[in-house]
Design a protein around this ligand. Sequence first.
Ligand SMILES: Nc1ncnc2c1ncn2[C@@H]1O[C@H](COP(=O)(O)OP(=O)(O)OP(=O)(O)O)[C@@H](O)[C@H]1O
Length: 265
Amino acid sequence: MSTLHDYQETPVTRSASEPSIIFENVSKTFITRQGEKVRAVQGLNLTVARGEMLAIVGQTGCGKSTAFNMLLGLYDATSGTVSVQGMDPHKDFEALKGRIAVVFQDGRLLPWRTAEQNAALGLEYLGVPKAERLERAREWLARMGLEGREKAYPYELSGGMRQRVGIARCFALNPDIILCDESFSALDELTADRLRSEFASIVKEEGKTGVFITHSIEEAVTVGDRVAVFRAPGHVAKEFDVRGDLNEAQSSEYRQAIRNVMSGV
Ligand SMILES: Nc1ncnc2c1ncn2[C@@H]1O[C@H](COP(=O)(O)OP(=O)(O)OP(=O)(O)O)[C@@H](O)[C@H]1O
């Protein structure tokens, strides 16, 4: 008998306890240079509660990045509503600055800056004074195990260390929401495993809301409290509640169920 828990979507409410992120019947259509319409996202309904980590998994081209870019305010929805902490991320871009931080795949470090200067970059954009931003950057570098490497340049660091600097930069901002797009996929498996669990623990300890985009079912089940399986064009085919410690048999059952939904079985 199956032990899997399907996620029951709670009705969208507008209150103090309203979810941190809401997609309500969202669609995004691109017009190509040849004038063709591409429906990247269609009928997307999704909520992320405050303090929750949602993993989004789906095959290439199913609309994950488009949804992610709408959260960042880089794209406006063609129809429907995207709400981040009660604001429209596209229209209220300035107001949301500093509240959302992104961990990119390769750390996206500036090669001419030291680890601490890179970790302080987000705070610099927000206008935080130099002494304060470097102090916060150093605190987070230490927390990420990089004490003593503050003055190192990116070329002197391993891929895993560079990603740690990227994570330190993200947390130094003290954002409410953390977004990750394939953040650990460029690392070797062991380094990725370690960093992924450390990252997930810090997100929890700090009470942040997280959205984690990945192609990897394994990663989605490990990192997420909940896994939303996307299918093209950009909608949630099914959600799975995976919070709590899963034993190997349960984890394997979830992975298989997610694989089936991803591939449309
Ligand atoms: N700027 C754009 N102009 C036209 N079409 C686009 C644009 N961005 C994305 N698309 C199309 O929208 C669809 C969804 O793309 P998207 O990048 O969101 O998928 P994805 O799930 O993130 O894929 P991947 O996992 O490969 O990054 C694809 O068919 C893609 O070709």
